[in-house]
Design a protein around this ligand. Structure first.
Ligand SMILES: [Zn+2]
Length: 177
């Protein structure tokens, strides 16, 4: 799939979402779950260092999004948004062998129950890209959330910027520029 088409698809998905304001990725997942009539369980787990930071597992009745517990809340938010992208874009294929491999890691899940497993390493590159586009589009929007204070340049830095600005303006014009 072409990048442009992915963007359009993700934008269209986002238009249908009721994005909470102030943003909370967990509330967003709850709203998506309600719309779909399927619960989404979010669970922080310790994932292998050489593996993905998150994964989405779809069972007959429930969607599970697992995310790395040993990372920052911002990173976790990104991971969850990315996995939600996979879920909403309907990525992945049935993968029984992955289900068995995961069973040890996620002992709460019965491998027989697992219909689809999305694991970063097994994804098609296009699906990875699309999920990442989805996550970045959401997080771009919420970075403009109005409840957040506008970041100001600290006063000492402002002085430096001001001096720099003045010195640049007083420089003789560069004819090559
Ligand atoms: Zn992914």
């Amino acid at each position: 799939m072409k990048l442009r088409r992915m963007y359009r698809r993700c934008e269209a998905l986002l238009r249908d979402l009721d994005i909470p304001n102030p943003f909370d990725v967990r509330v967003l997942c709850e709203r998506v779950a309600e719309d779909r009539g399927r619960p989404i369980h979010l669970e922080a787990v310790s994932l292998p260092a050489d593996g993905p930071c998150g994964l989405w597992i779809s069972t007959s009745a429930t969607d599970y999004i697992f995310f790395e517990e040993r990372t920052s809340p911002f990173h976790q938010e990104h991971i969850i948004a990315h996995e939600l992208g996979h879920l909403l874009c309907d990525h992945g294929k049935p993968a029984a062998q992955n289900a068995n491999a995961l069973h040890g890691m996620l002992s709460a899940l019965d491998p027989q129950m697992i219909g689809r497993v999305l694991h970063r390493k097994h994804y098609a590159q296009a699906e990875e890209q699309e999920a990442e586009i989805f996550a970045s589009l959401i997080l771009q929007r919420v970075s403009r959330r109005p409840s957040e204070p506008v970041r100001r340049v600290p006063s000492d830095a402002a002085g430096v910027v001001d001096r720099l600005d003045r010195s640049l303006r007083h420089q003789p014009a560069d004819p090559d520029r």
